[in-house]
Design a binder for this molecule. Structure first.
Ligand code: SF4
Length: 893
């Protein structure tokens, strides 16, 4: 590991939009990570992903040197190849024939340079971001209602509310530290009620007073129903509406038409009428109400309308801009907000200015002193890759993202890139599904190596600081962009000496000719020199003057950034998803995150601790649906949509709504043979925001009829052959492979030996312990080196195989005991010792079986009692919702 002897460094977690402060302490034994007690986002807390950051910092698999067409080269060659390629294509086909596709992982400074280069120098707006996939509908909804992309609330409002409505947000897994803050607030405030609105009973429901499992896609009906109910029952804040808003009558008319009564809402949303009434009454009667929403709202072909349906309810009641209330979008990525600030989206300009506004274009161009300025919106993410497929975009520079895994209709994205004339990829990982298609690879810095800033969901700007040396020849993305710009003749605009200079320019642009007309203003940070930038403390924008303390809450004065300075109600007519279920595709596919993984596994897939909780693509199904399909828990299933197919392990749960299936989006071709869910996801987008409908793809599901099933554990990573299905995950000292095949091996022992044998390195004693029943199609083999378990493999005709848990524990032992050798092929200890079972608490490796046994024997009264006895849940707290639900279920059984 490239550890420098540095003191502890305050930085920011690179995963979700909570933006937790992290203290990293590099040392001889690696980097110690802990939460930053002084950071206002987390006050010292970290979730399982943040706590495991130190396990993801090694250089295995890193891209460390530039490459052109697969051959290592120097930076100058690589940069000139990019500059010459872009310049030639612009010359021959025009400026709109090139594009950048960037990421919410980029730091604000990277984003700023990319946006300035594309819009002010190339003169196209063809720069879009993977943040389009997570929060573009929130941006569009904010713009329509407020005239600006402004998040009104602060995290501390969660602690000051008396009602928190979480809609389309599994905060327990996707924003865990905010979930912990809500949980604590609930413990401290008996008046605080929690409502969760989600088709699935997610982990977030562990703290819900009320869960509304609505029919997928009907959120706008529910919130129109709430608006209508509030007006009907005289909960309108007339003074606020009259003074601060416009358009209420039209919005109410649309709401009354589409959701005229509690009864009609309950019917349309397939909810219990009393539960709907209870939710409406709670909202109506609770002044301090916050509505948190996230990807479940945004990722829809009517996502923008859903956002405005929520905002309408807050405008009608005047519950915005005051403590403990407001509509609150939780962003997915660590710097989705920073990208919005610099205009890193195809339809916006820098500093929250509009590409469609000639005054804004003129202002930005004058500030940049740039030769040109894009004068029309560029291509949004899905359109961009369609244009690559059509051949109208001929060169693309992809930075810090993996669109072949994460974009909808992902096989088409792969095919489009395969025929693109010039694909440049900046990444810190050498082998991804996207780098496989690159003509030029540029080595980027990873977390801990790069320096810059990010903005979290509450508008708080924090520094990401470096604490590791730059490995190999990796460089910051902003530097690579600036170097290419210089080679294209734009040295005047891109001669920065440091990242601090980039930030300063970005801050000064936000205040340039602002005069209070634009929400995003951090001019107060614009004069920060290198030392001040280095010491920049977390602060919420706007910060209009130097020394200003930052701004907790927006719109406290009832004035907005629309032309009339009044907030706009938007009349919403709910629309069904573009593609709905039918006889051919009868299930709604909903894609999302698992608790301990992040995006496409390039980082969390390195951590054994994080991989223990979910190690394979799964398809969560309701048991009733599964019974009709002939699917049992643990069986492999194949999912088909109109766009693609995949294989996943069925996980049956009554938490899943009938007719729906949930599949995580993390798996890629490096970790599973057919696990990319986005190959199935439909590419339909919201017409306003351009955000894809990732929560609603019609699919069909059938058992995957493999001839054999198996698993193997090996100390070495293997090149698999002969399995038509595989998924791999790292464990503590081993790799785990789940396997299945459509063709049986002619000779299982020979196949296993070829797969698992490694060249002898010395005098080591190699032993094989094997069992074969050819007629039954069963084979079990273990390879021991000097009496230590090196690898083992289990093959059977069915999917029910021995538990892996006990076998995995054997890899921690330097030598096997005689009893362990004897029971090796059984996959469990002979003496009846119980095994821990699948991991629930990743921090202390506490398994499901251990927990169930403890709960049933000791009858603990609370999760705290479990934590005291077994430590589970006592560190990062990410497993607490699962412990709660286990406690309830095990005691009921
Ligand atoms: Fe990182 Fe977890 Fe905090 Fe998100 S909640 S920023 S993943 S530590």
């Amino acid at each position: 590991m490239n550890v420098q002897p540095l003191p502890e460094v305050r930085t920011t977690c690179p995963y979700c939009g909570v933006g937790c402060g992290v203290i990293a302490t590099p040392g001889a034994d690696g980097v110690q990570i802990r939460g930053d007690e002084s950071h206002p986002a987390n006050y010292g807390r970290l979730c399982s992903k943040g706590a495991a950051l130190g396990e993801t910092l090694d250089l295995d698999g890193r891209l460390l040197y530039p490459e052109v067409r697969g051959a290592r080269c120097d930076w100058d060659t690589a940069l000139s190849t990019v500059a010459d390629g872009f310049a030639r294509i612009i010359r021959e086909h025009g400026r709109d024939a090139v594009a950048f596709y960037v990421s919410g992982q980029c730091l604000t400074e990277d984003y700023y340079i990319a946006n300035k280069f594309m819009k002010g120098y190339i003169g196209s707006a063809n720069i879009d971001t993977n943040s389009r996939l997570c929060m573009a509908s929130s941006v569009a909804g904010h713009k329509r209602a407020f005239g600006s992309d402004t998040v009104p609330c602060s995290y501390e409002d969660l602690e000051r509310a008396n009602l928190i409505v979480l809609v389309g947000s599994n905060a327990a897994w996707c924003h865990p530290v905010l979930f912990q803050r809500i949980t604590q607030a609930r413990e401290e405030n008996p008046d605080l009620k929690i409502v969760v609105i989600d088709p699935r009973r997610t982990a977030t429901c562990a703290i819900a007073d009320l869960h509304l499992p609505l029919r997928p896609g009907t959120d706008a009906v529910l919130f129109n129903g709430l608006l209508s109910y509030l007006a009907r029952n005289d909960y309108t804040n007339h003074l606020y509406v009259d003074t601060c808003t416009e358009g209420m009558a039209q919005a109410l008319h649309a709401a009354n038409n589409s959701a005229p009564s509690v009864h009609s809402v309950a019917q349309d949303c397939e909810l219990d009428e009393e539960a709907v009434e209870q939710f409406f009454r709670l909202f109506a009667c609770t002044e301090k109400s916050i509505t948190v929403y996230s990807q479940g709202i945004n990722q829809s072909s009517s996502g923008t309308d859903k956002v405005n349906a929520i905002i309408n309810c807050h405008l009608l009641t005047g519950r915005i801009g005051r403590p403990g209330m407001g509509p609150f979008s939780f962003t997915g990525q660590p710097n989705a907000m920073g990208g919005r600030e610099v205009g890193g989206m195809a339809n916006y300009l820098a500093a929250h200015m509009d590409i469609a506004n000639p005054e804004h274009r003129d202002r930005v161009q004058r500030f940049w002193r740039s030769p040109t300025i894009a004068d029309k919106p560029g291509l949004k993410a899905v359109e961009l890759f369609e244009a690559i497929e059509a051949g109208t975009v001929k060169a693309v520079w992809i930075i810090a993202t993996n669109p072949v895994v994460s974009l909808p209709d992902a096989d088409r994205v792969r095919a489009a890139l395969a025929k693109c004339e010039l694909v440049v990829v900046s990444d810190c990982v050498r082998h991804t599904d996207t780098t496989a298609l690159a003509h030029v690879l540029l080595p980027a810095l990873a977390w801990g190596e790069k320096d810059g800033s990010v903005t979290n969901s509450e508008r708080r700007i924090s520094r990401q600081r470096k604490f590791l040396a730059e490995p190999g020849e990796a460089h910051p993305d902003w530097w690579a962009l600036a170097e290419v710009a210089k080679r294209m003749g734009y040295a005047d605009g891109f001669s920065y000496a440091s990242v601090a200079e980039v930030f300063s320019e970005h801050a000064r642009l936000s205040g340039f000719e602002n005069n209070g007309t634009r929400d995003f203003n951090i001019a107060g940070l614009g004069d920060a020199d290198a030392a001040a930038y280095e010491n920049l403390q977390p602060i919420q924008w706007p910060v209009p003057q130097a020394g200003a303390p930052g701004t907790k809450r927006m719109f406290s004065d009832g004035r907005f950034f629309t032309a009339t300075r009044k907030a706009q109600f938007i009349a919403i007519t709910p629309r069904a998803p573009v593609y709905d279920v039918d006889d051919n595709f009868p299930f709604v596919l909903n894609s999302g995150r698992m608790r301990d993984h992040w995006h496409t596994l390039t980082r969390t897939g390195k951590s054994a601790r994080l991989s223990a909780h979910s190690y394979e693509p799964t398809a969560q199904l309701n048991p009733q649906d599964a019974a009709q399909l002939g699917v049992q828990d643990g069986m492999l299933v194949r999912l088909h949509s109109r766009w693609g197919e995949m294989i996943a392990r069925a996980a049956l749960s009554a938490d899943q709504r009938c007719g729906s299936v949930f599949v995580p989006f993390h798996w890629n071709d490096q970790f599973a043979s057919q696990g990319r869910v986005d190959a199935l996801v439909n590419p339909v987008v919201d017409p306003i925001s351009g955000q894809p409908e990732s929560k609603h793809t019609p699919v069909r599901i059938a058992p995957y009829l493999a001839r054999w099933h198996g698993f193997l554990l090996s100390r070495r990573q293997l090149s698999l052959t002969g399995a038509s299905y595989w998924a791999r995950a790292i464990g503590k000292g081993f790799w785990r492979y789940e396997l299945a095949g459509e063709q049986s091996a002619q000779d299982w022992p020979a196949w296993a030996r070829e797969l698992l044998c490694a060249p002898k390195t010395g005098q080591e004693k190699i032993e094989w312990i094997e069992y074969l029943d050819n007629a039954a199609g069963r084979y079990r083999g273990a390879r021991l080196v000097n009496n230590s378990l090196e690898s083992c493999i289990f093959i059977a005709p069915g999917y029910v195989l021995p538990s892996r848990t006990w076998l995995m524990e054997l890899f921690a032992q330097p030598a096997l005991q005689p009893s362990e050798r004897a029971s090796l092929l059984a996959g469990r200890p002979m003496n009846g010792t119980s095994e821990a079972g699948p991991v629930v608490c990743a921090c202390f490796n506490v398994g499901l079986n251990t927990l169930i046994k403890f709960i049933q024997q000791d009858k603990p009264a609370s999760v705290t009692a479990i934590s005291l006895a077994l430590k589970a849940g006592s560190n990062c707290g990410s497993c607490i919702p699962e412990l709660k639900s286990l406690l309830v279920r095990s005691l009921v059984l």
